[in-house]
Design a protein around this ligand. Structure first.
Ligand code: HPA
Length: 251
């Protein structure tokens, strides 16, 4: 059994450096996850990798079966999830290529299957979501980030939009007023579902671009992907250091 999973987002549909041992397609009561779970050794540690948008990056954020992804990882014995996600920066100081370990989020998504506690219930369940990210895992990532050379922010409010389109200037201005520092499309319901199943979940957000209206040029996928190349190198260094340092998780 492997306790650690990395969910890769845009720019990380595979984990370079992962020595793959096997892959497993999982069936869940909620359907099939985005891709087969990839098992392997990363820097000598057992890790499961899951490509959130599918192995060919064909699933947009609002079509992802988040419930199957999280349920499937739990079924495989995962206890800790590091979710990697590309985001836009709303806060001026956060630059493309920087990493953010968010500590809060605001959910602007709609119409997504966002709970395991929806059907055939014997009682209604409300999880505590005061702190949406696992603080212990967040601190481990922050600790690892200090030891690699990349600009990392230890706090951040992640505003989660529905997508797949990017935002308008007015939407970003509103999100800034709400207190959001970064904007992305996948943290919800992923984080809440992990909490519902009692999994320790933290995110490593990679700034791919300045958000709409914060950026002097038109936002294109090409630009986002270019910035993600550096950002994902930073993510890989951080993950390697984290796995090397960590002693509290059974891997
Ligand atoms: N907005 C929403 N999601 C994103 C962005 C953005 O600007 N960049 C990368 N993911």
């Amino acid at each position: 059994m492997t306790g650690v999973a990395i969910i890769g987002g845009t720019g990380l549909t595979a984990l370079p450096g992962l020595e793959i041992s096997h892959q497993q397609t999982i069936q869940t009561p909620f359907g099939e996850p985005s891709a087969a779970a990839v098992f392997g050794l990363y820097d000598g540690k057992s890790v499961i990798f899951l490509a959130r948008h599918g192995s060919n990056h064909t699933l947009p954020p609002h079509k992802i079966n988040y419930r199957a992804n999280i349920w499937g990882l739990k079924e495989l014995g995962v206890t800790h999830i590091v979710a990697v996600a590309a985001v836009g920066s709303i806060l001026e100081t956060m630059r493309p290529g920087d990493l953010v370990i968010p500590d809060q989020l605001i959910d602007y998504t709609w119409g997504r299957e966002s709970s395991f506690f929806s059907d055939n219930l014997t009682e209604v369940t409300h999880i505590d979501f005061t702190h949406p990210y696992c603080e212990d895992l967040r601190q481990q990532l922050i600790h690892a980030a200090r030891q690699v050379e990349c600009q990392t922010y230890n706090h951040g409010v992640y505003g989660v939009t529905q997508g797949p389109r990017l935002e308008t200037i007015a939407e970003i201005n509103r999100m800034a007023r709400d207190g959001c520092d970064i904007v992305g499309m996948t943290a919800m319901p992923e984080a809440a579902l992990a909490r519902e199943l009692g999994l320790c979940y933290a995110a490593c957000a990679v700034v791919a671009n300045e958000a709409a209206g914060r950026c002097p040029i038109e936002l294109t996928m090409a630009e986002i992907e270019r910035n993600l190349v550096t950002g994902m190198q930073n993510v890989r260094s951080l993950l390697t250091k984290w796995l090397e340092l960590d002693t509290t998780i059974t891997k």
